[in-house]
Design a protein around this ligand. Structure first.
Ligand SMILES: [Zn+2]
Length: 137
């Protein structure tokens, strides 16, 4: 497993920000897939720029993989090497290409629901405190 960059005295962890971009495979799309449309994943949030859309049926296929893709994985893990997820419609050529961007730091106490560990949630405590935009997926 990749080394966590958090200092030993800190209670935090890093997650990759992701870019999820629509690409078209070897068949024409059935659903509304427009090559180049994209959204980002920042922590728990899906971030869409104005005008960017995604089919909810296709989104259902990619959503379960995003939390794993956000985390540090072994270079030999398929989660590290495989970047494209197919639309669940077997007749559709739509794909999503997931790219790891920079890393974002979260403190445990700002993200947990455990009552004895909980502090002010990160999104109320001035989030985006630390990012590392060097892409090293
Ligand atoms: Zn599709």
């Amino acid at each position: 497993m990749e080394q966590d960059d958090a200092a030993p005295d800190e209670d935090g962890f890093w997650l990759y920000d992701l870019r999820v971009e629509t690409v078209i495979g070897d068949r024409p799309p059935v659903c509304r897939h427009v090559a180049g449309e994209a959204f980002r994943v920042e922590g728990e949030n899906l971030v869409f720029e104005a005008g960017q859309r995604v089919s909810m049926y296709a989104l259902a296929a990619v959503l379960p993989l995003l939390p794993a893709k956000q985390r540090m994985t072994s270079p030999n893990d398929w989660m590290s090497t495989d970047a494209e997820v197919a639309c669940p419609d077997p007749h559709c050529g739509g794909r999503f290409r997931i790219t790891r961007l920079g890393k974002r730091y979260f403190r445990h106490a700002e993200t947990t629901g455990l009552p004895d560990k909980r502090a002010t949630p990160y999104w109320q405590a001035g989030q985006d405190a630390r990012t590392d935009d060097s892409s090293d997926s």
